[in-house]
Design a protein around this ligand. Structure first.
Ligand SMILES: [Zn+2]
Ligand SMILES: [Zn+2]
Length: 886
């Protein structure tokens, strides 16, 4: 029903946002049913961490998804946006551990079971926060389908996938070098390690030859790991060390004989060209060690403390051990020199602790057989990355992929579904908890203590959320999903893994397209971070300006794959735009009080339309096709810009201004009715185009206008009407607009008050004469000239007048009577003289070689700009002087 009440003077987002969101939920507009058939359009949300609260990255990602979903819904697609959250292993466990620490407890005091009860309780109490925040943003998800990576269905899918991969030999257990965080006490995946440059030392240490033979000097940044050394490596082509290859040297401090080996990976230009090999504590050394069959000695434990293998250094921290080792080497005369050295050091992304690479027993996914089809799918175009350049990054990563370490030493997460039999030693992998050993029938079973990497469950998200492994209607209808919208920072963590899991278990890609967006940076182009304190809370923006303004800010300048800068002027720009839409709509409301769309004629037959009507309908048509085409190409920023330009300039600043006399009844009643019909048509359809971008504002206005249907959410997407295309009217109207702008500029130059009407003379070329005659009222009304005299070529030009030329037609603004000519002449001459003086000084500076050589480039550039500006002012003054003297 149409709300007859007038809309308030100013737009108040808080008054409307909650109201409409509740209305949408109540009407169930976001709910999707496969039974309804039609063409599916489906997006699964990148699940935010259940511990999280909305940051600008989420706001961007979800605004983009919502734009696409709302647009397709209006186009009549069977649209599903499936929401949910991720259990976020480390992050969630850490929150609860912090809470326990305040009570003076550790998780070991509670034990695994009690601890997990606490985590679930925490999740129930605080975990839903981000979902509520997404609702405030306007996200039109099907909340009835909200999922959680650890809910019953998703957990079942995880076990099923694990067991099937295990049975296929694609999951195995083995010792391998992993990144270990001694503080979090868990494995960190390669991509979770943050590398930062650190100033360190490079130690040159001599390893003496066996029986006094020639020794070898190695260079290392980590002397504390040398107790785990099992070799020294050189490059096979390095002449300096050829004679030593195959010989043995003595590992200092430990008095152990270790071999000198040759390996291509050694860089002869680093240090001395010889490096110590510590297979258990360095990923490269691990590879070297495996190639050459070197033992792996774990000299540093999981607690970051040196082990018994480290001899007299056992029990020390890594830092203590380094100090002692260096001291002892110096005393033995084996420390040749120490150099300053800057290199990248890996840190835990969660706690910042220096990562300790170490060899341990972990679970792995064998990647080669899974990566092949995942590369093929993209190469064959079954999945398309937008923008295209991410294809290469994706393929590159998969080509060089190592096996995926999936075990984590946490309690919160999907526990590995593997049991060990205490009686016969069998390993049992099972979807449902076994009660007895399948080998010996014994009941002494113990489950593997580790949980799975969080990304293991999110890799299954596109199908686990739709009921897999059951064969469901949802999977039949909505899988593969249409598009994944995600940040470029998680292509490897997540996108690639969803692709190979989808191909393996659904035999089809999880999505057809991947729309990648960049990061939201601050005004200076820096990443937002806690340490820089430059973060912006999107909820604060919503509080202050409303959700639509935040959304429009994030869409302004949005291009696929590129980072986006966030600054307050942009927010204010979006807010001003919202207000502009509001004010124009309010004006329309006031003038549509007696308008009944059903009584209006069909605009498509063109009856009674004026030039301005035909022009705005034609421009509107172009906007519909432009916005639609840009949405199809995922150019959301360009679509938003087209709408902004059309609404702000063509619709508000021109069309509404042109039709005011008609709406006020200054022409015929029929003309007023036609103006109402066009105004209503363009406004309501424009609101529909704008709805995906600014859902709340558009619903509020739409409901106040005469409309059909229950809500703008389910209104049909505007379509191009061939009848409205009218190039001739566009060209004619543009000519008149140029004339009006020309007169406005001349008025501006002479500082003539907008309320004061002026006489203008147009010497029109033949093709414009009739047009100007017919639409002189547009010019007279919008440029406030009274009258506009129209003459033809060869007619005399007015004296003492400013002039401008529009496509050959000359427009004059006679100054007599407007200004005191003598006084104005004197004023302008004085001004010209002053400008001249300043200009000369600037020019002198710019021709001074010393200034040019010494001043910083930006200072010189500023002076150049100043010179250009002064020149322009001088030219304008001269023009006005010439006019006055004519
Ligand atoms: Zn850590
Ligand atoms: Zn057994």
């Amino acid at each position: 029903m149409r709300d007859e009440q007038l809309i308030p003077k100013t737009y108040d987002p808080h008054r409307v946002e909650k109201k409409w969101y509740e209305f949408w939920l109540e009407k169930n507009f976001f709910h999707a049913e496969p039974e309804k058939g039609g063409e599916p359009f489906c997006i699964v949300i990148p699940p935010p961490n259940v511990t999280g609260s909305l940051h600008l990255g989420h706001a961007l990602d979800n605004t983009m998804q919502d734009v696409l979903v709302r647009w397709r819904r209006m186009q009549g697609y069977n649209t599903l946006w499936l929401p949910g959250t991720d259990h976020a292993g480390i992050a969630t466990q850490a929150r609860v551990e912090e809470q326990l620490a305040k009570e003076g407890l550790s998780k070991y005091d509670l034990g695994r079971e009690k601890f997990l009860e606490r985590v679930w309780a925490w999740k129930e109490a605080y975990g839903g926060k981000i979902i509520e925040q997404l609702k405030r943003l306007g996200a039109s998800c099907d909340w009835e389908r909200e999922r959680f990576t650890m809910d019953e269905g998703c957990s079942r899918a995880v076990r099923e996938v694990f067991c099937r991969l295990y049975e296929k030999g694609l999951i195995y257990r083995g010792s391998y070098i992993i990144n270990w965080c001694p503080r979090c006490r868990t494995t960190i995946s390669d991509i979770e390690v943050e590398h930062t440059d650190e100033e360190a030392k490079l130690y040159y240490i001599t390893y003496p030859g066996v029986d006094g033979g020639p020794g070898i000097t190695v260079a290392t940044t980590r002397p504390e790991t040398m107790m785990g050394d099992t070799g020294v490596a050189v490059n096979p082509n390095d002449q300096r060390y050829r004679h030593l290859i195959g010989k043995k040297v003595i590992l200092p401090l430990m008095n152990r004989e270790i071999p000198v080996i040759a390996d291509e990976i050694v860089d002869p230009s680093f240090g001395t060209g010889a490096v110590k090999v510590t297979p258990a504590h360095d990923p490269n050394d691990f590879e070297i060690g495996r190639r050459h069959g070197l033992p792996e000695i774990v000299a540093i434990g999981k607690d970051g403390i040196l082990t018994a293998e480290a001899g007299r250094y056992a029990g020390m921290t890594r830092e203590e051990a380094r100090q002692r080792v260096v001291q002892d080497l110096a005393e033995e005369g084996l420390l040749l020199k120490v150099e300053d050295y800057t290199h990248a050091v890996g840190h835990c992304y969660r706690c910042g602790t220096t990562i300790e690479p170490l060899v341990s027993e972990q679970w792995f996914v064998r990647m080669k057989p899974l990566a092949e089809p995942a590369m093929e799918a993209v190469k064959q175009g079954r999945i398309r990355f937008v923008p295209e350049r991410f294809t290469k990054i994706y393929l590159n990563w998969l080509e060089n992929i190592r096996d995926w370490c999936i075990s984590r030493q946490l309690w919160w997460g999907h526990r590995i579904p593997v049991w060990y039999c205490r009686e016969c030693g069998a390993t049992i992998c099972a979807v449902t908890d076994p009660t007895e050993c399948s080998q010996c029938g014994g009941t002494g079973l113990e489950q593997d203590p580790d949980v799975l990497d969080t990304w293991f469950s999110s890799a299954l998200w596109p199908f686990s959320t739709m009921g897999w492994p059951e064969h469901t209607k949802d999977l039949d209808f909505y899988y593969p999903t249409t598009v994944l919208v995600t940040g470029r920072d998680i292509i490897f963590f997540w996108v690639a893994r969803m692709i190979f899991m989808g191909l393996e278990f659904m035999d089809d890609v999880p999505f057809r397209e991947v729309l990648i967006h960049g990061l939201v940076l601050d005004a200076l182009g820096r990443k937002m971070s806690k340490s820089l304190r430059n973060g912006i809370d999107p909820l604060e923006v919503i509080e202050k300006y409303g959700a639509d303004t935040l959304r429009f800010t994030l869409l302004t300048g949005n291009t696929p794959g590129n980072d986006l800068r966030f600054y307050w002027e942009k927010v204010e720009g979006a807010r001003n735009f919202a207000n502009k839409v509001w004010n124009a709509s309010r004006f329309a409301m006031l003038n549509l009080k007696d308008f009944r769309p059903e009584e209006a004629g069909d605009l498509k037959n063109g009856e009674g339309l004026t030039l301005a009507d035909r022009w705005i309908l034609s421009r509107f048509n172009k906007t519909v096709s432009g916005v639609t085409a840009n949405l199809e190409a995922y150019e959301l920023g360009e679509a938003a810009r087209l709408l902004y330009e059309f609404i702000w300039s063509e619709f508000c600043d021109w069309y509404i201004e042109v039709i005011k006399p008609r709406l006020y009844g200054k022409e015929s009643e029929e003309s007023r009715r036609t103006a109402q019909a066009v105004l209503h048509y363009v406004l309501i359809n424009t609101l529909e185009l704008l709805h995906p971008f600014m859902p709340f504002l558009t619903e509020e206005i739409w409901q106040h206008l005469p409309h059909q249907g229950e809500s703008i959410v389910v209104a049909p997407w505007p379509e191009v009407q061939q009848n409205f295309d009218d190039a001739k009217s566009e060209a004619e109207m543009e000519f008149l607009m140029e004339v009006i702008r020309g007169i406005r500029n001349m008025r501006g130059e002479m500082n003539i008050h907008p309320g004061r009407s002026v006489r203008c003379v147009a010497i029109a070329v033949p093709e414009h004469g009739a047009l100007l005659q017919s639409y002189r009222s547009y010019v007279e009304n919008l440029a406030n000239c009274d009258p506009l005299e129209i003459t033809g070529p060869g007619q005399s030009k007015p004296k003492q007048a400013l002039s401008t030329v529009v496509r050959g037609t000359e427009i004059y603004l006679p100054l007599a009577g407007l200004v005191d000519l003598d006084k104005e002449l004197a004023r302008l001459e004085k001004e010209a003289k002053t400008i001249d003086g300043v200009l000369q000084r600037v020019q002198k500076k710019l021709s001074n070689e010393q200034f040019l050589a010494k001043a910083p480039p930006e200072v010189v550039e500023k002076e150049r700009e100043r010179e250009a500006e002064l020149r322009r002012t001088k030219e304008a003054l001269n023009r006005r002087l010439a006019a006055l003297k004519s």
